[in-house]
Write a protein that binds this ligand. Structure first.
Ligand SMILES: [Zn+2]
Length: 108
């Protein structure tokens, strides 16, 4: 049985980092485009309309979704179990990729 606490901390840290980065992007964009008058959600929508930042934003959103899914698996006590063969995923792999859903054998 793996210790999920440290991975939960790791994932929450990554999530915060990601949100901070997205918010940083929003602030940068706002500074270029005008005053800070839109709320965060409107600014995020604005970002989606920018081709360059949109790409970054999309990747970060995808990572965020993976992190959220991993946190949900921790809550459901399914964390660290390969979704393909049900084997335990090694702690070494989880440390490198805390939102991994498959073991090394099942990863192409
Ligand atoms: Zn597997």
């Amino acid at each position: 049985m793996i210790q999920t606490e440290k991975f939960e901390t790791l994932l929450k840290g990554k999530k915060k980092e990601l949100l901070d980065r997205i918010q940083g992007l929003v602030k940068d964009k706002t500074r270029l485009d005008g005053p800070l008058d839109a709320d965060f959600e409107e600014q995020a929508t604005m970002l989606e309309n920018s081709e360059v930042v949109d790409h970054l934003d999309l990747l970060e959103r995808q990572e965020l979704a993976l992190i959220e899914a991993a946190l949900r698996r921790i809550k459901d006590q399914e964390y660290g179990v390969c979704q393909n063969c049900q084997a335990a995923i090694s702690e070494k792999r989880l440390t490198a990729l805390p939102y991994a859903t498959t073991c090394l054998n099942c990863t192409p």
